[in-house]
Design a protein around this ligand. Structure first.
Ligand SMILES: [Zn+2]
Length: 271
């Protein structure tokens, strides 16, 4: 398998990175995927965005082989179970609806930790996504915040090492760091979005939120560092309190959205 040397986004060591699927291939990440990217050359990058079709699922050189193998072995299979439980409801007939899902047997801590792994692997740790520095028009009054506020992502740099440690400690639960994890269904097959770490806010109230988002049909994840995400989402923060081997029946009311652009949490007009 092809390799290159770089900083692993999980253990933060400089090592040979291998090209790995994010999320794991068993979570429906082996088919072609369309990733959205803003067209920054255009008049309004929030309206015009480029589609990038990635064949064979999304993969990148971002984590080392050992982190990939460990997290894949510990959490990957259960994540696949969760993803497959969402498949039959993640479709356009449920768009903008909140749908009930019951999963009779799931090990929630493992899914939670794979979701964190996927978010950390997909988000650039140097916060270098250009989107962070762009402000666009938006119909819902919220959007990525510009200048000073957007650059202050110190909360993320402070919390990230604890998240990484938590991921690499197989049985660790009940994390001491305070983040909230939310999920939603992606309506269109082959759609995905990697928003990276970003800060958003309301132009009218000035309220800010610091988040990281990753979506790949059939599910999307939003990690909230502070603030309250505006679109309704399904919170699964409590999954971090389960034991590694603990199985539970999970009932969720989960919203189903269409990924409309590269802007974090942009699901188009919600009403
Ligand atoms: Zn690593």
């Amino acid at each position: 398998m092809a390799k290159k040397v770089g900083i692993c986004r999980i253990c933060t060591l400089t090592k040979a990175l291998s090209k790995e699927h994010i999320p794991p291939r068993n979570a429906y990440n082996s088919e072609d995927v369309i990733l959205s990217k803003p067209d920054l050359q255009s008049f309004d990058p929030f309206v015009n965005w480029k589609k990038r079709i990635i064949q064979g699922g999304y993969s990148e050189f971002v984590i080392c082989e050992s982190c990939n193998n460990q997290t894949g072995t510990w959490y990957g299979r259960e994540y696949g179970t969760f993803a497959s439980s969402c498949v039959s409801t993640a479709n356009e007939s449920n768009l903008k609806k909140t749908v009930p899902i019951v999963i009779p047997k799931l090990m929630p801590l493992r899914v939670y930790k794979q979701a964190l792994t996927t978010i950390c692997a997909s988000a650039k740790p140097d916060f270098s996504r250009r989107l962070d520095l762009v402000v666009g028009k938006n119909p819902n009054d919220w959007g990525v915040i510009k200048p000073k506020e957007a650059k202050d992502l110190s909360l993320i740099s402070k919390t990230l090492p604890d998240i990484q440690k938590f991921i690499l400690d197989k049985t660790a639960n009940k994390p001491a760091f305070s983040v909230r994890l939310f999920t939603y269904l992606v309506a269109e097959e082959s759609r995905g979005r990697m928003s990276g770490y970003s800060k958003q806010g309301s132009k009218s109230t000035g309220k800010l939120e610091t988040i990281a988002e990753f979506a790949r049909w059939p599910v999307g994840w939003v990690l909230v560092f502070d603030g309250e995400p505006k679109p309704p989402l399904c919170e699964v923060s409590g999954w971090s309190n389960y034991e590694y081997d603990e199985t539970a029946t999970i009932s969720l009311n989960i919203p189903c959205y269409s990924i409309k652009s590269a802007v974090p949490l942009d699901f188009g007009r919600l009403s």
